[in-house]
Design a protein around this ligand. Structure first.
Ligand code: GGG
Length: 346
């Protein structure tokens, strides 16, 4: 309070909301409803991106969306459905958004939830480098028409910043071990650099145990015994794949949240995609998006209290057997009904 009795002005919390394609249009509004219950002060600003946006406007990520995302600082993205064949002028909006916003560290936790498919005791965090690797989109078809080439880029700068964030986070949240995942024996120039730089950063954190695995061995252990892991630090492509595998132990992709952090930026999104097979039926699971909002509250807005309210409400609903159809078919709830049950518990 100022001495003249007026309230000091506090910058409003703003969220840029981009539902995207498919079930993004169902799960994002559900998660926004939940957010408005626990943090009604957050201003909601909507924007477009995705395949449908490309068909409408000729771009999958309009400049106005990027500007809004930058000015809000916090973004909630649903899902997108990029075609699996080349389309002139099209690029993946989510990959571009992560890179343009320099949201460089994608945090993908898998923790046990009270659902039938979850593996008791699973509790791990994948920290995935989010701005380079094979995902930079430098791809071409050679003149022979039968050779596709993609460039993989790994830099010291991007590796160092994601590694440092992973170790700092490990210290802050009380994790004990970081496993660096790579394939440096086959790719010594790119993965070898990632390994070297990550190990250099690890040396600054002697309180955290560090080990390393080749990505194929890491996949084997993810299936055989995920309790081997605490924090996994890895590159973009391997992180994408390993975190989906981990999500199976958490009870399924419908429950797997994520947030990507950068300097002054956070981009929350469920790990799952646009699920075109179930889009529009009102049966999608909004849990992953709700838990992604909780991650935004905890890691970006420093609102651990509000994050915990969402997480506890989700736990209690699942514990009472309130499931969407991806979790259990008998008596499954639709997206809106499930969302109401969560809101009732907040
Ligand atoms: N919510 C994350 C998401 O949309 N995943 C699917 C994905 O990565 N898609 C990339 C694309 O279709 O451009």
């Amino acid at each position: 309070m100022h001495s003249n009795g007026t309230q000091a002005s506090v910058a409003p919390l703003k969220l840029c909301v981009i539902p995207g394609d498919g079930i993004g249009a169902e799960v994002v509004p559900a998660a926004v409803q939940v957010l408005q219950q626990v943090a009604p002060e957050v201003e909601i600003h909507s924007a477009e991106a995705g395949w449908a946006c490309f068909q409408k406007h000729g771009t999958s990520l309009p400049e106005s969306t990027l500007e809004l995302a930058r000015s809000c600082g916090a973004v909630l993205f649903g899902a997108t459905q990029s075609p699996a064949y080349p389309v002139e002028g099209y690029f993946s909006p989510i990959v571009r958004l992560r890179k343009t916003l320099r949201a460089y560290a994608n945090l993908r936790p898998t923790t046990w939830l009270p659902v039938p498919a979850a593996r008791p005791g699973v509790d791990l965090l994948v920290v995935r480098e989010n701005t380079e690797d094979l995902y930079i989109g430098r791809e071409q078809t050679r003149d022979d028409g039968d050779t596709g080439v993609a460039e993989k880029v790994i830099t010291r700068e991007a590796t160092e910043r994601v590694a440092r964030l992973a170790y700092q986070l490990a210290v802050r949240v009380g994790r004990r071990k970081v496993t660096i995942v790579h394939k440096a024996n086959v790719l010594p120039q790119s993965d070898g650099l990632f390994r070297r730089v990550a190990l250099e950063v690890a040396a600054d954190f002697p309180q955290i145990e560090t080990d390393e695995l080749f990505v194929d061995t890491a996949a084997y252990w993810m299936v055989k015994d995920p309790s081997r892991y605490d924090v996994i630090l890895t590159m973009n492509l391997y992180g994408d794949i390993l975190s989906d595998m981990a999500a199976a132990w958490g009870g399924g992709l419908g429950l797997a949240p994520s947030v990507s952090l950068g300097d002054g930026i956070a981009l929350a999104e469920p790990v799952h995609g646009s699920a075109p097979d179930i889009a529009g039926k009102g049966i999608s699971n909004p849990t992953a998006t709700m838990l992604s909002v909780a991650m935004l509250l905890r890691h970006y807005w420093d609102r651990a209290d509000a994050a915990a309210r969402i997480e506890h409400a989700v736990h209690r609903a699942l514990d009472s057997g309130e499931y969407t159809i991806d979790i259990y078919t008998d008596g499954a709830l639709g997206t809106n009904e499930f969302t109401s049950r969560i809101i009732d518990r907040l």
